[in-house]
Design a protein around this ligand. Structure first.
Ligand code: OSB
Ligand code: MG
Length: 368
């Protein structure tokens, strides 16, 4: 393939309800889409992070500069454009996995469309549909939390994840268990809000039979997570701390995690995400697909990944309506607690032009 044009399309889409985590509150999905035009086909992707570096060090304005000044010039210099060459070509740019993932995914979408191959087929998917979990933000009161969880369960979600932070942990977990029972698949996500000094406190979650506790301690501190895992029986799951397959191998070897959250954006794209899956699966460590409140563009590709054999736990791959009154693609709709894996070429979806126009701020060519 030959690269002809790369365009950044800013989008701002209101969330149906504010999403509060230990690192902040989101009310709008405010990011950019990457639109890649080649001589063979076009591709789309979505930058997964936010305007502020609260979840990770990357952010919208920074990623644009990284793409424009460091990633695209290296990719444009390749004699042939194909997806497998992107990571080696951009390895000299340290970090910036989310920006790299956006570029790689848009090129992969174009490449697969040129072959007529769905992303699910390319990745090695073994499922036609994937079970949907839902990530429930920190609420103002326990009563509001119980209402929110009740609503999601009525819609059919098969697993609940509660966002937690110091002061909002034991109480909400106890209340949800009391109301919905021991059998509800339930897990928590702290987004790095605790320290090892909280180990005895976190141990009190053990009695609630949680599937896992996600990223309880500071990012990249595998040693501390391993020490915590020695003191609690709830399986530790890592999100922010795993940036590639090598980190995943180290974390498993150290017993710093017994479950892996795979977010393609966080590890630089779907090729590395598949390697993360492979490493964990080879060790018998269950994986599940995380989310970043994606629009239909990011969601479609995540669903393809979540159909791989090692994804044995429901992911944060919820329906479009959990996030948006109107998505920028055909919406993903929950059927019997599952979402369908797209089976048309590439990521399988495209922005709906009329809807995209309404949610688009600035459009800018990065490369012509
Ligand atoms: O830590 O998994 C996380 C959303 C934004 C940033 C980080 C996280 C999340 C979620 C929501 O938990 C997952 C989703 O529904 O997309
Ligand atoms: Mg997380």
């Amino acid at each position: 393939m030959k690269l002809e044009r790369v365009e950044i399309v800013h989008v701002a889409i209101p969330l149906v309800s504010p999403f509060r985590t230990s690192f902040g509150t989101m009310t709008t999905k405010d990011t950019f889409l990457l639109h890649v035009v080649t001589d063979a086909a076009e591709g789309w992707s979505e930058f997964a992070a936010d305007p502020e570096p609260g979840y990770c060090s990357e952010f919208v304005a920074g990623a644009e500069i990284v793409l424009r000044d460091f990633l695209l010039p290296r990719v444009a210099a390749l004699p042939v454009l194909d997806t497998a060459h992107l990571a080696p070509a951009t390895a000299g740019v340290k970090g910036h996995e989310l920006a790299k993932a956006a570029l790689e995914t848009a090129v992969l979408d174009a490449e697969l469309r040129s072959y007529g191959m769905p992303l699910a087929t390319y990745l090695g998917a073994v499922r036609e549909r994937v079970p949907a979990g839902v990530s429930v933000g920190i609420q103002r009161t326990i009563a509001e939390l119980l209402d929110a969880v009740e609503g999601y369960l009525a819609e059919g979600y098969v697993r609940i994840k509660l966002k937690i932070e110091p002061g909002w942990d034991l109480e909400p977990v106890r209340a949800v268990r009391e109301r919905f029972g021991r059998d509800l698949p339930l897990q928590v996500d702290a987004n790095t809000a605790y320290t090892l000094a909280d180990a005895e406190h976190l141990r009190r979650l053990d009695e609630y039979g949680l599937l896992l506790i996600e990223e309880p301690l500071e990012e990249n501190n595998l040693h501390a997570h391993a020490l915590l895992q020695q003191r609690i029986t709830t399986p530790v799951c890592l999100d922010e701390s795993l940036h590639n397959a090598r980190d995943t191998a180290s974390a498993i070897a150290l017993d710093a995690c017994r479950v892996v959250n795979v977010k393609p954006a966080r590890v630089g794209g779907y090729l590395e995400a598949r390697r993360v899956h492979d490493v964990a699966h080879a060790h018998g460590v269950p994986v599940w697909c995380g989310g970043m409140l994606e629009t239909g563009i990011g969601r479609a590709a995540n669903l393809a990944l979540a159909a791989l054999p090692g994804f044995t736990l429901p992911g944060d791959t919820s329906a479009s309506s959990r996030y948006f009154a109107e998505d920028i693609t055909e919406p993903f709709v929950l059927v019997d607690g599952h979402l369908p894996v797209p089976r048309t070429p590439g990521i399988g979806v495209q922005p709906l032009p009329e809807v995209l126009r309404r949610f688009t701020g600035e459009r800018r060519d990065l490369y012509v």
